[in-house]
Write a protein that binds this ligand. Structure first.
Ligand code: GLA
Length: 387
């Protein structure tokens, strides 16, 4: 892989001298969905699939970008003096956003670079390819120019770029999961204060299977922002009777006793999801620590029902994948993962049941939805690295 990438870099940019090869993973969230902007917990892990980058420093301030995934676009040129988002700049707005974010935080980038990317995260699957590119870029800048930033800082810089340069109002989960990834571990992160703990994922005889709905996200971003603001309004209503900083500060009983101050039924459902999902995530990690995988799976299933009925971010494609998965023997748990409205599901499936799972769920999906889903048996990998 490394030599192939270096060869591609040399072919693209004339020569491969002084180029280095890097990798940053994608991520999947096991449980704790739409809690990261509500001061709650999440439980994601980094994957062994992700984004490869070949980069080298330049003597001038030029930036040259090339993606093997979008090879038809050819080389996109820019320069450090023009770190602004342009619609026609496509994917290069992600690395440029991170360079801009470094400069906004007082770290001037002294020289331009040539960057070639290759990603093996399935396209549009919701496994955070953009956060992967962001963390990768930050990691390269740190390595090239010696900036004094930790991997956690790289996550925050990536999120800052996503929020303020690319104007996507995401939480911290994706960039954190990627920057802090650890092989065979998921990260139990409290988004209220960024305290975290690694939990080993020992699935004895089972694997994580991702099913991509292949549905384009479409209106996803605007719906995402709508959910965020519904939660913010519900929080403001709850704060008139409870001394809380976020929905993550409430447990189920407290929520039930205060919920009447939320004036609107829909908002009440949204807030209920955020509160219950947070508590479910805490319980799921406890279950995992006690090796109670069946309970962990049940909590994954409950998470999906809540995302379907109360948060309403699933849709027929994700519901079909999950509900068909629940029918298959050997499925320990299954739920949508990520923002929703398309993207993918995550299931824990006993090894001997995986082929049957892919066949049954795949068939039912094609019949009902009219096109195919894709399935990936994944492994949990490390964070960003030099190869
Ligand atoms: C997207 C966002 C994350 C998080 C999830 C939902 O992946 O980027 O910050 O909010 O949706 O859990």
């Amino acid at each position: 892989m490394k030599n192939d990438l270096l060869k591609h870099f040399a072919e693209t940019f004339g020569d491969g001298e002084d180029a280095k090869v890097y990798f940053a993973p994608g991520r999947v969230n096991l449980i704790g969905e739409h809690t990261d902007y509500n001061g709650g917990h999440v439980f994601p892990c980094a994957l062994t699939i992700g984004t490869y980058g070949v980069a080298r420093k330049r003597k001038d301030r030029k930036l040259r970008f090339y993606s093997m995934n979008f090879d038809k676009l050819g080389i996109t040129e820019s320069e450090l003096g023009d770190l602004k988002p342009y619609k026609e700049a496509g994917w290069t707005n992600y690395p440029k956003g991170v360079m801009w974010a470094f400069e906004m935080k007082g770290m001037q980038i002294p020289a331009g670079l040539d960057l070639l990317l290759y990603g093996n995260i399935p396209n549009g699957s919701g496994l955070s390819s953009s956060a992967s590119v962001e963390v990768l870029t930050g990691y390269i800048l740190k390595d090239f120019f010696g900036f004094d930033v930790s991997n956690q800082d790289l996550a925050l810089i990536g999120q800052y770029a996503e929020n303020h340069f690319n104007k996507v109002n995401c939480g911290i989960m994706d960039q954190f999961a990627i920057a802090m990834g650890r092989k065979d571990h998921a990260i139990f992160l409290d988004t209220a204060d960024l305290s975290y703990e690694y939990a080993p994922i020992v699935l004895e005889g089972a694997k994580i299977v991702i099913a991509s709905s292949n549905k384009k996200r479409g209106l996803g971003d605007s719906k995402y922002n709508e959910r965020r603001s519904e939660c913010e309004t519900a929080l403001a209503e709850l704060q008139t009777v409870a001394d809380i900083r976020s929905l993550g500060d409430l447990d189920e009983a407290a929520f039930e006793s205060y919920q009447n101050v939320i004036k609107d039924d829909i908002r009440r459902k949204r807030a209920k999801h955020a509160v219950y999902e947070n508590r479910r995530t805490i319980r799921a990690v406890e279950a995992l620590k006690k090796n109670e995988l069946v309970l962990f799976g049940e909590l994954m299933n409950a998470s999906h029902r809540s995302l379907r009925d109360d948060y309403e971010v699933t849709g027929i494609e994700l519901d079909t994948l999950v509900e068909e998965a629940w029918k298959v023997d050997g499925v320990i748990g299954s739920r949508m993962t990520g923002a929703g409205f398309g993207g993918c599901t995550v299931s824990i499936v006993k090894e001997e049941a995986i082929n049957n799972f892919i066949e049954k769920v795949g068939e039912a999906y094609r019949e009902k939805i009219g096109y195919c889903a894709d399935f990936y048996v994944v492994e949990i990998g490390d964070g960003p690295q030099v190869l």
